[in-house]
Design a protein around this ligand. Structure first.
Ligand SMILES: [Zn+2]
Length: 74
Protein backbone atom coordinates (compact mmCIF):
# COMPACT_ATOMS: atom_id res chain seq x y z
CA UNK A 1 0.00 0.00 0.00
CA UNK A 2 1.30 3.40 -0.97
CA UNK A 3 1.36 5.48 2.17
CA UNK A 4 1.44 8.71 0.23
CA UNK A 5 -2.02 7.95 -1.08
CA UNK A 6 -3.46 6.91 2.24
CA UNK A 7 -6.54 8.96 3.02
CA UNK A 8 -7.59 9.32 6.61
CA UNK A 9 -11.28 9.91 7.20
CA UNK A 10 -12.73 11.13 10.45
CA UNK A 11 -16.05 9.94 11.81
CA UNK A 12 -19.21 11.34 10.25
CA UNK A 13 -19.81 14.86 11.63
CA UNK A 14 -23.54 14.09 11.78
CA UNK A 15 -23.83 10.62 13.26
CA UNK A 16 -20.28 9.45 14.04
CA UNK A 17 -20.64 6.73 11.46
CA UNK A 18 -17.97 5.69 9.02
CA UNK A 19 -17.24 7.75 5.93
CA UNK A 20 -16.27 6.18 2.63
CA UNK A 21 -14.72 7.49 -0.58
CA UNK A 22 -17.23 6.98 -3.37
CA UNK A 23 -16.11 7.24 -6.98
CA UNK A 24 -18.74 8.05 -9.54
CA UNK A 25 -18.37 7.25 -13.22
CA UNK A 26 -14.58 7.24 -13.08
CA UNK A 27 -14.40 11.03 -13.09
CA UNK A 28 -15.59 12.28 -9.71
CA UNK A 29 -15.34 11.41 -6.06
CA UNK A 30 -17.06 12.29 -2.80
CA UNK A 31 -17.11 11.07 0.77
CA UNK A 32 -20.38 9.63 1.94
CA UNK A 33 -21.51 8.39 5.34
CA UNK A 34 -22.56 4.75 5.22
CA UNK A 35 -25.01 5.27 8.08
CA UNK A 36 -26.87 8.55 7.57
CA UNK A 37 -25.99 9.38 3.96
CA UNK A 38 -24.41 12.76 4.71
CA UNK A 39 -21.91 13.53 1.97
CA UNK A 40 -19.47 16.09 0.67
CA UNK A 41 -19.67 17.76 -2.72
CA UNK A 42 -18.23 15.87 -5.66
CA UNK A 43 -14.80 16.79 -6.93
CA UNK A 44 -14.04 15.96 -10.55
CA UNK A 45 -10.80 14.65 -12.01
CA UNK A 46 -9.35 13.87 -15.42
CA UNK A 47 -6.29 11.81 -14.58
CA UNK A 48 -4.59 9.86 -11.82
CA UNK A 49 -2.87 12.91 -10.41
CA UNK A 50 -6.08 14.91 -10.20
CA UNK A 51 -7.83 11.85 -8.81
CA UNK A 52 -5.45 11.70 -5.85
CA UNK A 53 -5.87 15.42 -5.40
CA UNK A 54 -9.66 15.13 -5.51
CA UNK A 55 -9.62 12.31 -2.97
CA UNK A 56 -7.57 14.41 -0.60
CA UNK A 57 -9.88 17.36 -1.27
CA UNK A 58 -13.10 15.60 -0.37
CA UNK A 59 -11.44 13.90 2.60
CA UNK A 60 -10.42 17.30 3.87
CA UNK A 61 -13.94 18.69 3.44
CA UNK A 62 -15.29 15.68 5.28
CA UNK A 63 -12.78 15.98 8.09
CA UNK A 64 -13.62 19.65 8.72
CA UNK A 65 -17.33 18.83 8.71
CA UNK A 66 -18.29 20.45 5.41
CA UNK A 67 -20.93 17.91 4.51
CA UNK A 68 -24.39 18.01 3.01
CA UNK A 69 -26.92 16.29 5.21
CA UNK A 70 -29.39 13.99 3.59
CA UNK A 71 -32.82 15.41 4.26
CA UNK A 72 -35.37 12.62 4.38
CA UNK A 73 -38.12 15.23 4.25
CA UNK A 74 -39.70 14.29 7.50
ZN1 LIG B 1 -23.49 9.97 9.24
Amino acid sequence: MDEKNFIELEECPCCRGGGMLIHEGGWSVQVECMICGAHTVYLEYDNEEQKAEAERGVARLWNIGKVIKQDPGE
